[in-house]
Design a binder for this molecule. Structure first.
Ligand code: UD1
Ligand code: CA
Length: 457
């Protein structure tokens, strides 16, 4: 198989983003722009990816790790120069695809067709071009009367006739390796911007006897992101793609315009997503669930048949047929077993909730293991923090915790115990026992009448 290597230009700062961070690590649907490009290149069959770094090099490296190789361009002297500094990492034979790190919408399908076209045409260079109604700012593809590509002229160097051309250069190309190396030796910087233009390679290669063509892509896919307004535009297109993929795979999304699902999320068949829901990170959701409205789920695993309403779940696991919310929060490292019912205004943190357990309203459970078929009364609280340290609470199976109970940790409540409402429990409760820990009630007969007479009420 021929070498097929991708070079991604990402050394620029992207001034118009007005950011402390390099442009290409800004995220689209939760994934850095440059990572979208790397993935598309690899999915299109590129064996190796080299990324040219400059501004914010370490930040980009932190994002991409060792999934790619890196070249370093100390000063950004132009796109041609960016390729020159990378040439030791590029193969001597085969083909090099050149992409930019700020075009997250380019798909692997298009890149694959682009590569196939390049091979089929036996081109020395194939340019990925597109037609723009407003081509301002882009390099224009200049063709002869037979339609053969002659050159690319930069907007700043174009004359009036050339400015009227609507076929633009996306900044993406496939070069035959041999011709790439040869043309780099001839690229100079005698132009309006004093930069080494990669686009000059077109004329150079034609002069050297090579063949140049262009493959046309949709303007949507080659859209570059230069500002945060364009970042929002890219986000919108990507979100539509993601949501449509879920819908075609059997997930109902009531209002895709207000539903935000990350690219790594997995959702089972016949699950319904209601408006205002955000699902991020490595989240998986099973079949037949109802999620939302207005729920926020991050890096969590949710089984089948769960119903989650107006709630937030972070880094936790919910098994099957769980009802959650409205207005509940499940904080990291929690595990909720089958058929549990977690109602409104409850918070669970780093705790296990057993099968069939009910936590219907106004409860906090932290650092606890709660058994099966437990009933946590309204307003019951696990007091896990003594102001300095967190302590653990263990509640057995079939325990009944009355309303407004404080369970002061560390604590163990054994199976089948019953805790009277309003108790503050500090000691272990034996199996099957009733624990009451509050003052007895005293009724003072006639007290109100007497007090009134004295003028006290
Ligand atoms: C380039 C093309 C232009 C095309 C446009 C598409 C040239 C001379 N022009 O113009 O024909 O229509 O892209 O967006 O190539 N970069 C580096 N190092 C550098 C310079 C740029 O890594 O020294 C990177 C940038 O980070 C960016 C990409 O290359 O990702 C394109 O650079 P940019 O300056 O935006 O090129 P344009 O002037 O837009
Ligand atoms: Ca650009």
């Amino acid at each position: 198989m021929d070498n097929f290597v991708t070079l991604i230009l990402a050394a620029g700062l992207g001034k118009r983003m007005k950011s402390k961070h390099p442009k290409v690590i800004h995220k689209v649907c939760g994934r850095p722009m440059v990572e979208w490009v790397v993935r598309s290149a690899k999915e299109a069959g590129s064996q190796d990816v080299v990324v040219v770094l400059g501004h914010g090099a370490n930040e980009v490296k932190n994002v991409l790790g060792d999934s790619v190789k890196y070249a370093y361009q100390e000063k950004q002297l132009g796109t041609g120069h960016a390729v020159m500094v990378s040439k030791d990492l590029l193969p001597d034979t085969g083909n090099v695809m050149i992409l930019t790190g700020d075009t997250p919408l380019i798909t692997s399908e298009t890149l694959k067709k682009f590569y196939d076209f390049h091979l089929r045409e036996q081109n020395s260079i194939t340019i990925l071009s597109s037609f723009f109604d407003v081509p301002d700012g882009y390099g224009r593809i200049v063709r002869d009367s037979n339609g053969n590509v002659l050159k690319i002229v930069e907007d700043k160097d174009a004359n009036d006739v050339e400015k009227g051309i609507h076929e633009i250069n996306s900044g993406m190309y496939i070069f035959n390796s041999d011709y790439l190396r040869k043309s780099l030796q001839h690229i100079g910087n005698n132009n309006a911007q004093g930069e080494y233009y990669l686009t000059d390679a077109i004329e150079i290669v034609i002069r050297l006897g090579g063949k140049v063509g262009a493959y046309q892509a949709s303007s949507e896919e080659i859209m570059g992101v230069n500002t945060r307004v364009q970042l929002k535009d890219a986000e919108k297109v990507m979100r539509k793609r993601i949501n449509e993929r879920f819908m075609l795979d059997g997930v109902t999304i009531i209002d895709p315009d207000s539903t935000y699902i990350g690219p790594d999320v997995v959702i089972g068949m016949d699950t319904i997503i209601y408006p205002g829901t955000i699902i991020e990170g490595k989240t998986t959701i099973g079949e037949d669930c109802e999620i939302g409205p207005n729920s926020y789920i991050i890096d969590s695993e949710i089984g089948n048949g769960c119903k989650i309403v107006f709630s937030m779940i972070t880094e936790s696991k919910l098994h099957n047929n769980i009802k959650l919310g409205p207005f509940a929060q499940i904080r990291p490292e929690s595990v909720i077993h089958d058929n549990a019912k977690l109602g409104n205004f409850i918070e669970i943190k780093k705790s296990v909730i057993g099968e069939g357990t009910k936590v219907p309203h106004l409860t906090y459970i932290g650092d606890a293991e709660v058994g099966k078929r437990v009933n946590m009364g309204c307003g019951s609280i696990v007091v896990n923090y003594d102001g300095k340290n967190k302590h653990k609470t263990i509640i057995g199976d079939d325990v009944f915790v009355g309303c407004n109970v404080n369970l002061v940790s560390p604590l163990k409540v054994n199976d089948n115990a019953f805790i009277a409402a309003g108790s503050t429990i500090t000691d272990e409760v034996p199996e099957g026992a009733l624990a009451i820990a509050r003052c007895r009630q005293t009724n003072k007969e006639g007290w109100v009448e007497e007090r009134r007479k004295k003028g006290g009420l």
